[in-house]
Design a binder for this molecule. Structure first.
Ligand code: GDP
Ligand code: MG
Length: 163
């Protein structure tokens, strides 16, 4: 087992924010505009004396809806081929979209460990919404706030248990 963790998910769910928090850099571009991170970004994360690699898979360009969906799907497939563990980020405020269902199916078929992360759980009132994510068939949703760091320590503990 290697040690590459891939962060995948729809534009704007907070992949780059989480990447920057894990790697303690501002390397990945965080933006309100969907599709801003153009390149795959690799970094290192250290937690409890262990180190692993992280990739932010936000590297797509939005031209049309077709290109958009196809590009994201491609990124997810690349991630399943190179990663040892996938963090599948969803936005707890958006709920589950059709696209999330498609990606969940790709991830389930890839037969590699996946942690389903319900991001933007900024405070307790959001926690109820996480139950909707069970329908993705990827186990317990893990609520975090990449922005405030809430839950990210527990998430890192879980990552290290799997790697
Ligand atoms: P990406 O497209 O998936 O890489 O998403 P970004 O990391 O660029 O974030 C998209 C937007 O969501 C930005 O405005 C972030 O500040 C915001 N964001 C990211 N994580 C959180 C979070 O935990 N809570 C809230 N409220 N906003 C967040
Ligand atoms: Mg990004």
């Amino acid at each position: 087992m290697g040690n590459l963790v891939a962060i995948v998910g729809r534009p704007n769910v907070g992949k780059s924010t989480l990447f920057n928090r894990l790697t303690k850099t501002r390397h990945a571009i965080v933006s309100d505009e969907a599709g801003t991170t153009r390149d795959r970004q690799y970094g290192k994360c250290e937690w409890n004396g262990r180190e692993f690699s992280v990739v932010d898979t936000g590297g797509w360009v939005v031209n049309s809806d077709d290109v958009f969906e196809e590009e994201i799907r491609k990124q997810v497939i690349i991630a399943t081929e190179e990663a040892d563990l996938v963090l599948f980020l969803c936005d707890i405020n958006n709920g589950v979209t059709g696209w999330d269902m498609d990606v969940a199916q790709i991830l389930r078929r890839a037969k590699l460990p996946v942690i389903l992360v319900a991001n933007k759980a900024d405070d307790g009132k959001d926690l109820y919404d996480q139950y909707e994510f069970y329908k993705l068939g990827l186990g317990d949703p893990f609520p975090i706030s990449a922005a405030t760091g809430s839950g990210t320590g527990d998430l890192l503990d879980k990552v290290l248990e799997i790697l």
